[in-house]
Design a protein around this ligand. Sequence first.
Ligand code: NAG
Ligand code: NAG
Ligand code: NAG
Ligand code: NAG
Length: 350
Amino acid sequence: MGDLKVVLIGLIVLFAIVDDSEAAISVKAFRRIIGINRNGPYLGLVVPNSFEMSHLLQSSLFVEDERFPQLDFEGRRFRIGRLGKEKVIVVMTGLSMLNAGVSTQLLLTLFKIKGVVHFGIAGNADPNLQIGDVTIPRRWTHTGLWYWQRFGDGPNDELALESSGDYTRIIGYLNVSDYTTMMKVENGVSFNSSNYLNSVWYQSEEIFPVEGTPEVRQHAFWVPVDSHYFALSEKLEGMRLEGCVNATTCLPRRPKVVRVGSGCSANVFVDNASYRQFLRSKFGVTPIDMETAAVALVCRQQGTPFIALRSLSDLAGGGSAQSNEANIYAPLAAQNAVDAVVHFVQLLSH
Ligand SMILES: *[C@@H]1O[C@H](CO)[C@@H](O)[C@H](O)[C@H]1NC(C)=O
Ligand SMILES: *[C@@H]1O[C@H](CO)[C@@H](O)[C@H](O)[C@H]1NC(C)=O
Ligand SMILES: *[C@@H]1O[C@H](CO)[C@@H](O)[C@H](O)[C@H]1NC(C)=O
Ligand SMILES: CC(=O)N[C@H]1CO[C@H](CO)[C@@H](O)[C@@H]1O
């Protein structure tokens, strides 16, 4: 697999030399990639935003590579270096599933990567946990691939294209009418009025794993993290995390690292108690974010070990505060995620 990649890159370089002006990837970039890969394999560190990444880059344990500190490629910056003893490549994805998927795929296509650690902040759907806690779910799902059912149809009506395996009623649905607050009163009897939005049915992703046949789809709803990484992450439970934003603003208790069942992602910033409760009761999720499932799905298809650490920055609409808590606690949560990641990478290299 690795050898094949080297041969392929060699071939592409050859073609690129023939006509650099037409090549999608410049000779210069490929030379650097080959140079970088010679020192691999690396652990890929994938992070959504710069304020989450900056805490990592500022860590005293992060040292950038002297020869190839970074490679800018198709709008992404890949930062090469070491985190303690571990050789790492750090990439910032930008917000959302598309950016996370594209960046992770580029990382795995261009570089020799032995595993991916994803980290950042998240909304929290578990009332027993607190802002600042770092969660490590056993599995992830994308809860943003929907079949929006037509008005008038119910749970017993087949979805269009269901019989050909495109869509399914196995996973479940959210009926928007269940959340109607306006009551209808007819003949003195009040009842909840329906609305035209009917139901959205949750769907699995179509995936095309490298070990499969191209164009022959498989389906994935839950994507488990790497079992070795998950077992190792147990050692993070009990590590000391920061509990104060400054001298006067502290969390009610010191935050902790916890391994949990599930997390979910979609192109939706959840700041709404009703939807948060639905995601919790239907799918049992703790962190709710906008990228992890995309990273997980790419790693699943590439056969690359993967784990995600997400610190809780807000209650996804479940708090009593007037505004979303992320405004105050996001920096603290971001620092806690990085502290846990640094600790995890040290465990990996032992
Ligand atoms: C959703 O609620 C409407 C009533 O508002 C009902 O007619 C429909 O059958 C429900 N759909 C499902 C999938 O439960
Ligand atoms: C209307 O829906 C709400 C929320 O689901 C429920 O608590 C309430 O009992 C319902 N009322 C009627 C009259 O069906
Ligand atoms: C600490 O942070 C809080 C929340 O951001 C802020 O309201 C407060 O003024 C800060 N206190 C100090 C001493 O900086
Ligand atoms: C922004 C928004 O629509 N928020 C709603 C989320 O859900 C709660 C009830 O659970 C409503 O009170 C909010 O208005």
